[in-house]
Write a protein that binds this ligand. Structure first.
Ligand SMILES: [Zn+2]
Length: 187
């Protein structure tokens, strides 16, 4: 199934998704104290964009709020690499990726195949391949195609699905997992 989506507005309730999810799986299993520490610690992400070669690291959440400079840095590295267009990336998507790394015990760079896609780029890709949705969440800054170095793609997919924060697509031929902040679904 391609990256399909509805026009349903984003569900703000999910932004409040409990950090107990983190406590429930992976490294922090059963450690309530560690989970509460994770809930207040600064959230930092490092992205390496495979198409541009750019690598950036940014703190995007700290002291109970999102950090504008950090978000802007990440928006830029996740830009449409074909056109250079920059678009705000959904902070909740960053939280999902952050949780994915945390629960898998990764602290290295997230390798990015695709982040934001301009309408022009998406239309071109959709014309080329039936696997690209015409109204992809990539166009809204709500999706990312990624892999985690040193982690099996199947394990990344399984953990992304376990987080239950949105859509998860498995693309073994292209060696990436798609994550988005649309409705929970998998393909
Ligand atoms: Zn995707």
């Amino acid at each position: 199934m391609p990256c399909q989506e509805s026009d349903r507005p984003r569900c703000s309730r999910r932004r409040l998704l409990s950090w107990s999810l983190v406590a429930g799986c992976g490294l922090l299993a059963g450690r309530v104290g560690a989970a509460s520490a994770a809930a207040t610690a600064a959230r930092q992400l490092e992205f390496h964009c495979l198409h541009t070669g750019d690598t950036v690291s940014a703190v995007y959440w700290e002291g109970g709020r999102y950090v504008a400079d950090g978000l802007a840095t990440i928006d830029h590295v996740l830009r449409d690499f074909r056109t250079g267009d920059v678009h705000p990336i959904d902070p909740y998507l960053l939280d999902l990726v952050h949780r994915l790394q945390l629960t898998m015990g990764c602290d290295g760079p997230v390798h990015v195949i695709s982040g934001y896609r301009s309408p022009k780029t998406n239309a071109m890709l959709a014309q080329r391949s039936g696997k690209v949705a015409k109204n992809s969440y990539h166009v809204k800054g709500m999706a990312i195609d990624l892999r985690l170095p040193g982690r099996r793609l199947e394990d990344v997919r399984d953990m992304a699905m376990r987080l239950g924060g949105g859509g998860v697509g498995f693309y073994p031929d292209s060696q990436f997992v798609h994550m988005d902040t649309g409705p929970v679904r998998a393909w």
